[in-house]
Structures are given as C-alpha cells and as structure tokens.
Write a protein that binds this ligand. Structure first.
Ligand code: ADP
Ligand code: MG
Length: 728
C-alpha cells in the first residue's frame, strides 16, 4: 500500500483515547484568563475604570493619561498570570485573525532590562500592514496601518501572551478589517433601536445586538488528514469515492459522542471557559465525524471575537489530541457540509429582548414593531445579506441539499403569519376604540401564547424566526460572523430610522396616537414586504421558480453575489449609516473577489498535483499488473486467450478510458486557468474562474473516483472516505 496512506492508517488505528480531562467546575474557571470587569475593578483606579466603562457604553475616547494607567494595570495582571508577551489581536480581511507578538521586555540605556508596556503600546501599534489585503486602500508608499484597542472586547491571556482585541485602520482612517464596520453598524443599530424602544419605555438608553452562533465542524484523525494534500492545502477533499456507509442510517446525529471526540470537547471547553467563551452545547451533527458547539449568546462584537478565538483554540487543542478540525463548508462530497447559524436579536440595557413578546399589550406591540421592521429590512436588502455570506467554500454548500438556498426568504410560521395577515386589515388613520381593543386582546395579545408553542420550525429556511430571535442559517462554518452581522445590523438600523420618521410624521401631521401611528406604519410594511415571507420547502425547485416570480435574487456563486456591494442602493446605505465609505466598500469587494480567485486557483493546482503525481501513477501501476496478467493468460492459452481474459480486458479498457479522461480534463483545466490568469479585470477573472475553471473540478473528480473504484485497494495512494470518516 502507498506508504503515506499506510502509515496514516496504522498511526490512526493505534491512537489511545486521548488525555482525559479533569472535570473542573466551569463557573470557577470562567474568564480566569480575561481582564474582565471583575479584574478591572480589582486592578484599575476608579477613574480608569470609569473611563473604560464610558468607552464601552457610549464609545467615548480614553485619554492618554488613563490609557497609561490602564496599560500599567493590565501589565501587572498579565505578568502575575505568567504572560511574557503582548499582542494586538485583529481581524484583517483575510478572514482569520492576526497577531504580532512583542515582549514586555525592554532595555534601559544602562543595559538593564525592564518589563515595559505603556499606554501608547496599549492604544496603538503599527504592524507592517502592507502584507494584508486592503483592496488598494493603501498605496505601497503609504503602507501604514494602525491597530488600536477596542475596549468593548476585553483583553485576555492566551498561551503566555496578553491579547488585546484591536481595530485595524489605514493611515487615512479607512477600515482594513472586519471589526471596524461591525462596530459602526452596532453603533448605528444602537442609536436607531434605542429611539424606537423609547416609544415603549422611556428608560431605555442603549440597545445591544446579540449574537449566538452555532459552530459546526468535522474532526478527523491528524495523520489521515495530513496524508491528503487536498485537505491540507484547500481544506476539502477534491476527490474521494463515497464510503459504502454514509449518513443514510441517521445514526450519528445526537448519538453518543465518540470517545476521542468527547475528550477533545472537554479539553476544548475548559480552554474556552478560561478565555471567557461561554460554551454551552455540544452534540454530534448529521454527518459522520461532524459535530457542533454553541455558546450562550453575547453582545454581537464580543460574540464575533469569541467565535474567532474559538476557531483558533479548536485547532490548537485538536493538535494536542492528534486530531484535525475541518472548518470548510463542504469538506466531503455526498454528506452534509458545515454551517454557522447566526442567532440574532436586540436587547435593551434594561434587560429586555426586543424580539420577545411580553405580558402587556404595549410590550407585545414593541415585539411586533421590531419583528416587522426586521422583516422589512431583510426584504429591502435580501441580496446584500446573501452577499455577506458569499465565499468560494460556502458556494459548495448554499443551495446544496442540506443547506439553505442562495435565495433569501423569511420563515415565521403559520400562526405568526396569521397575525400579520390580520394586521393587514387595520384601518387607515385613527382606530375606533373597539378596533383597538380587538387588536390588543385578540391579535397582538395572542402572540405570547403562539410563541410558547412555536414548534413548526422550518429547517430549509435561510432566515427563520425561532421564538425570540431570528436565525440566519446560510453563514458558512469557516466565515467571520462580522460580515453578516455588519449587514444585518446596518439594514435594521436603516429600517428603524425610516420607521421612526414615518411614525412621528403620522403623529405630528395626522394627530394619530402613538399606537395608532405604529399600527398604520406596520400595516404598510407587512403589505409591502410580503414577497420575502415563505414558509414552504426552501430546497424545492418550485420555490426557485416562485422566488424568481417574486423578483428575489438568486445568486448562485460568489462573484455574482458580490456585485450588489457596489450597487447604488448598497453604497448609499453604508454611507448614510456611516458604516462604510464608498472606498471601503469597493476595497472590500475587490479583496473578496481576489480571495475567491486565489482559493479556486489553489484548488486547481492541488488538483493537477493529485492527478499527475498520485492518481495517474497509481492507475498505471495497477494497469501494468493487469497487463502482466493478460500476457500470462496469452502465454498459456495462445490465440484463444481473449475468451479467458474477458474481465481483465474490460478492466483494462475501463482504466484506460478514465485515465485518458482524467488527464484530458486536467490539462484543459490548466489551460482554462492560464486564460483566466491573463485577465486583468478582477471581476472578469473571478467569473472566468467560476465559469471556465471550476466546472472541470466535478468532471475530473468523476473520473478519479471511478479509478478509485477500479484500482486495487492496496495500491490506492489517498486515504479513502471510509478511513477519514470512520476511523475514530
Ligand atoms: P437550534 O439548534 O435549535 O437552532 P440551539 O439551542 O442549538 O438551537 O441554538 C440556539 C442558539 O441561539 C444558541 O447559540 C443561543 O445562545 C442563541 N440565542 C438564544 N437566544 C438568543 C438571543 N436573544 N439573541 C441571540 N442569540 C440567542
Ligand atoms: Mg440553529
């Protein structure tokens, strides 16, 4: 057997169920490595604490004197915890996180060493920004980018390093990361939602967007994963015949978690708990070796940071357990891919979930207001939301059988639909006392009961209301939630601003009462956003046809989906909400297109390598063995040998056929890549990769998988699906 595959199999089969983790009470560990409010209270002067709290609550700046004090305290705490280095931890547009470690250590002029970390190091750092993608914002002569502390996300110690969550901006102030636009969007939705929430409760001073993500992933034995060049370089298997057993028995989902996996999870959870990531749920997912982890929801910016940190911790802990985590959205063909549902809501500083109904008619009207406005926002910007989850890897999943379609629609369930249908009948202008009573008691008043029994969930919907939150399901398992969260919060902010203007106008000009005005505006929104509501099967072909009639976008691939970023509608939105300037949006679009091109290009190259140096040689070797066999038969039987070698000759022909096709297609793909590479325009190049290069992948794969079925198992060089997915 090919040595690499053989070694991997033998190593993976000999693994002992890894390190057992001692069960420690989670509440004692929680946040022990975080410079959180408790630590700050302990380490900061009262003034410094006030200034951090103000910065968190109102976004106010922290002055230099305070920054020095905070840095000094942070350093004392970090040193006491054994940290030796600090880093500004940020989210460049590559999608991952980046860090540059500096030692606390510094030299005095007299040559003696001290531990140094002052306000200037806390507040600002200047990484060599020219190596991060910027979409042309930074010219090479002005390659400066700055990272600056984001006090809304607490510093933490990871390894022996104090990590300071930061934003990353250019010298001229443009966002070079995913965090800046998110923070701006969260600010916008806070302002807009607070004003609307005050219709219902004057004491509300702040509204936070909340996010609870659900991270899906695969766990594969490290040696097996590393034996596959495609998994190592592109994160997914480019070839591989489905195992005889897949997920058809439905025996993995919520089943008993395999021992190695559960040990990994326990270890992981302890690490997460120390880092203040509130992990809560773990279970098997649908596909073999697929799992899910979900936390308690948090304020969106913190939740995004925690998800990014989690992905990093997951990889490190996996390594310790001789496992490899796969975050790719579709690492294996023929079985489910992975996603990262984003559960989202809005919460007031008074502790109220605005998407949760309450005990009084006013609270229910408040629920309805935020509920309908979210629907209206999604209806107005469905294509932009789709763009926010577009990536080369997620293209394999969106629209595939187990994932939401590339068409955005909202599922709210039968009973809430009925409530909205009734509200469509609300009278124009003033409402009679009878109508008001009827509405409050029998329409809006019924909502809490309805939600108690909101069981008819539709798993095929990309955007579903699930009782007290919306759940965005198309987000890719690999992606940074900051992107969809930026869009969702921006569009809801914009919508709530419009809503407030319209309600105030009805109150002022038509002298309607507040609740009458609200009912009037909501009625019109319900009518005008009907097309986005769909409770049926999102996977069905009839829905695609229906969605086309409703003029909902259906962008099946990333280059096409990204076009909407620079439409007039989008540019105006981001500018008006002060989330991104036109330059920033254009830069982002360019970076995303380039990332798409690069990822597809890498896959193409890996494919060539697999075909030419693994698969074709294996097939030829086996072909030779068959030829030798046929020669022997001929020697024995002479002219009549063919009758005795029917099977061998057929096998030989099959192999030759698939060999030829594999080689031809892979050469044609190389040609297509060369042509695409010559294209100077980034959009056209991405389209060429999408339409001219990518389609060859399936073709080549088909023939390779056929060869895998023909060639003697012993001689096949690549770890097979049954090994990757079933050796535990
Ligand atoms: P399901 O798998 O049925 O969608 P889970 O329990 O796995 O449900 O996921 C629920 C997720 O929703 C959790 O991550 C949870 O933190 C999150 N969540 C619950 N309430 C809110 C809320 N108000 N805002 C944001 N996320 C929420
Ligand atoms: Mg979910």
């Amino acid at each position: 057997m090919s040595t690499q595959r053989l070694n991997a199999i033998s190593q993976s089969s000999q693994r002992k169920p890894s390190i057992t983790v001692e069960e420690i009470r989670r509440s004692e560990l929680f946040g022990s490595q975080v410079f959180n409010e408790d630590r700050m209270t302990q380490y900061l002067t009262r003034d410094a604490l006030e200034s951090v709290k103000n910065a968190i609550f109102t976004g106010s700046k922290i002055n230099r004197k305070m920054a020095d004090q905070i840095a000094e305290s942070m350093k004392s705490w970090a040193l006491s915890m054994g940290a030796t280095h600090y880093t500004h931890w940020f989210q460049p547009l590559t999608g991952a996180t980046a860090e540059k470690h500096d030692a606390f250590f510094d030299l005095l002029p007299n040559g003696r060493a001290i531990e140094k970390f002052g306000g200037s190091q806390l507040v600002q750092q200047e990484p060599d920004a020219s190596s991060f993608p910027s979409g042309g914002i930074r010219n090479t002569f002005e390659a400066r980018g700055y990272t600056a502390w984001d006090p809304t996300s607490p510093a933490f110690i990871y390894g022996a390093t104090l990590c300071i969550p930061t934003v990353f901006v250019s010298y001229t102030g443009e966002a070079l990361d995913n965090k800046v636009p998110l923070l701006r969007a969260l600010h916008a939705v806070d302002e807009a939602a607070t004003k609307v929430a005050r219709y219902f409760d004057k004491t509300v001073n702040k509204v936070n967007a909340t996010l609870g993500w659900e991270q899906e992933y695969f766990l594969i034995d490290k040696s097996l994963a590393n034996s596959r060049p495609d998994l190592v370089l592109s994160g997914r298997t480019l070839v591989g015949q489905a195992a005889a057993k897949g997920q058809q028995l439905d025996d993995h989902y919520f089943g008993v978690i395999p021992l190695r996996a559960i040990n990994y999870m326990k270890d992981l959870e302890v690490e997460c708990t120390k880092l203040g990531i509130p992990v809560k749920t773990r279970h098997n997912e649908v596909a073999p070796n697929q799992f899910e982890l979900a936390p308690v929801f948090e304020e969106a910016n913190l939740a995004v940071d925690h998800n990014l940190l989690l992905m990093d911790v997951m990889e490190k802990v996996a390594d310790k357990h001789d496992l490899k985590v796969l975050f790719h959205e579709k690492p294996f063909a023929g079985i489910n891919g992975s996603g990262k549902h984003n559960n989202w809501s809005l919460a007031t500083d008074t502790g109220v979930n605005l998407l949760s109904p309450g005990s009084t008619p006013m609270k229910n009207l408040q629920f309805l207001t935020f509920f309908v406005n979210t629907i209206k926002a999604v209806d107005s910007y469905e294509e932009l939301l789709r763009a926010s989850i577009a990536s080369a890897s997620n293209d394999h999943r969106l629209g595939a059988n187990e994932a939401p379609p590339a068409i955005f629609s909202i599922f709210i369930g039968k009973q809430l639909s009925e409530v909205l249908d009734e509200l469509e009948g609300v009278s124009q202008g003033k409402l009679s006392p009878e109508e008001k009573t009827e509405l409050k008691l029998n329409v809006v008043g019924k909502i809490p009961e309805i939600l108690l029994d909101n069981t008819d969930r539709n798993r095929t919907s990309p955007f579903a209301f699930t009782g007290n939150k919306f759940e965005m399901r198309g987000v890719g398992s690999k992606s940074n939630c900051a992107k969809p969260m930026t869009v969702l919060n921006t569009i809801v902010a914009k919508q709530l601003i419009n809503f407030k203007i319209e309600v105030d106008a009805l109150i002022a000009k038509k002298s309607l009462k507040k609740d009458e005005a609200i009912f009037n505006v909501l009625r019109e929104y319900i009518k005008s956003s009907k097309r986005i509501r769909f409770d049926g099967d999102g996977y069905s072909e009839s829905w695609w046809k229906e969605a086309a009639k409703r003029k909902l976008s259906n962008n099946k691939n990333t280059p096409e989906a990204l076009q909407v970023l620079t439409s007039k509608h989008t540019l105006e939105l981001f500018q008006e909400m002060q989330v991104m300037s036109e330059t920033e949006v254009r830069a982002r679009q360019e970076v995303e297109l380039e990332t798409y091109i690069l990822q597809t290009q890498i896959e193409g190259r890996v494919f060539n390598e697999l075909v030419n140096t693994h698969i074709i040689p294996a097939a030829i070797k086996y072909q030779n063995a068959v030829i030798e066999n046929i020669k022997g038969i001929k020697e024995v039987y002479g002219a009549g040998f063919k009758k005795q070698a029917v099977a061998q000759l057929a096998i030989l022909e099959d192999i030759s056929g698939h060999l030829e096709a594999t080689r031809k297609k892979s050469d044609a793909m190389t040609e297509a890549r060369k042509k695409a590479n010559a294209e100077p325009d980034v959009y056209k190049k991405a389209m060429a990769y999408c339409h001219d290069v990518r389609p060859y992948f399936d073709d080549i794969r088909y023939h390779c998988d056929k060869l895998e079925q023909l060639v003697e198992d012993q001689s096949w060089p690549l770890a097979k699906y049954r090994e990757l997915l079933f050796i535990r």
